[in-house]
Design a protein around this ligand. Sequence first.
Ligand code: COS
Length: 382
Amino acid sequence: MDYFFTEQQQMIIDTAREITNEKIIPVRAELDEKNQFPKAILQDIAKADLFSIFVPEEYGGLGGGCYDIVLALEELARGCVGVATSYAASALGIFPVMIAGSVEQKQKYLPDIASGVRWAAFGLTEANAGSDASGIRTTAVLDGEEWILNGTKQWITNGGESQIYSIVALTDPSKGARGASIFIVEDGDPGFSYGKKEDKMGIRSSSTRELILKDCRIPKDRLVGKKGTGFITVMKTLDMSRPGIASLAIGLGQAALDEAVLYAKQRVQFGKPIIGFQAVQHILADMAIQLEAGRALVYAAARHIDSNPKNMSKASSMCKVFATDMAMKVTTDAVQVLGGYGYMKEYPVEKMMRDAKILQIYEGTNQIQRNVIGQELNKEYS
Ligand code: COS
C-alpha cells in the first residue's frame, strides 16, 4: 500500500533497507547462533546517520519524529529484531534526557548519541520490579557534591555495550513512585559494573545484562529533571518508545510473510506449488491482512503522536499490542506454511518466531498495555 512518504522518510527507508539487505540478513543466523552483539552493524548504522533520526536538530540530530523512527526500525527489523532492538535501545536510553534533561545534559550527551559514537540504555527493571515498575529498590542518596547509587538492574538491553545509562532510582523510598528519580550513569563510573549476561530464546544478538551499582558515585549534576519526578519521565519515555516496538513487529511480520509466500510458490506437493492450494492461500491471505492492518495502525499512531505529543499513551499502547500480537501469529503461521522445514534452523522463520515472543513482553507486557488503554478509556469517558 502507498503511504505517501515524504522525501526524507523515503530516504530513511532506503538507507535502512540497504543496511538490512547488505549487512544484517547475511549474518543474522550467525549472530543468533553465537549470541553475538552486532557492534559492527551498529557502527554501519551510525555511519549511515540513522542514530541522528531521533535527536533534535539543535543537538546534532535530524529532528525526526515518531513516524521517522518507526520507518527506520521497521526496515531494520525486517532483517533481524535483535539488531534492530540494539539500535532502538539507544533511543529508549536517551529519551529521559530528551524529555527531562537540562540544556547542559543535552549538550553533553545528545550529539554523541546522534552521531552513534556512544550508545545509551535504559535501566528501569529489577528482579522484583518488572510490570510493577514503581516497585524498584535501587536507591540514590546525595552525599555532598555526589549521588551514591546502590542496587541491581536486570534484563537491561545494551547492558555492557552502551556507554550512557539512564538509571531509575529512589531518592525518597517512603514515597514510592513519587520518590523516584532518573540519573545518568556512564560506563566506567566508580562502583558501576556489569553482571550476568542472559542467554535468551530470541533476539539473541542483542545484549541483555545486569547492571550493578555498588556505592556508585556520580556527580550531582547527573540527576535528570527534578528529584521525585522520575516515574513520570519513565512513563513518558515508554509512551515514546512503544511505537518503536510495534514497528519492529511490522518489520518482522513482513519478513515472515515474504518467506512464507516465496516458499509456498516453490514448494511442490501433490504435483503443484502449495500456493495453489486454498488451505495455504488462506493462511497467507490472513497473514497479509493482519500485517497491513498492523502497519496502518502503527503509522496512524506515529502520526498522532507527532502531532499530539501530550496525549500519546493510548495510541502508543494500542499499536504496541496489536502489532506485536500480530507478529506472534504471523511468524507462527510462517513456520506452519514451511512445515518441517520451517522448524529447522536452516530456514529463517524459526528464528523469526522466537524473536516475535519478546515483543509481547518487553517495554511493558501486552497485558500492561491493555491496562493503560483501559485507564485512558476510563478517563476519556468520564
Ligand atoms: N505519562 C505521564 N505520567 C504518567 C503516565 C504517563 N503515560 N502514566 C502514569 N503517569 C503518572 C501518574 O499520573 C501518577 O502520577 P501521580 O503519582 O502524580 O498521580 C504516576 O505516574 C504513577 O502512575 P500509576 O499510579 O498509574 O502507576 P502504577 O504504579 O499503578 O503503574 C503501570 C502503572 C503498570 C502502567 C506502570 O508501572 C508500567 O507501565 N509498567 C510497565 C513497565 C514497563 O513497561 N517495563 C518494561 C521495562 S522498561 S524497557
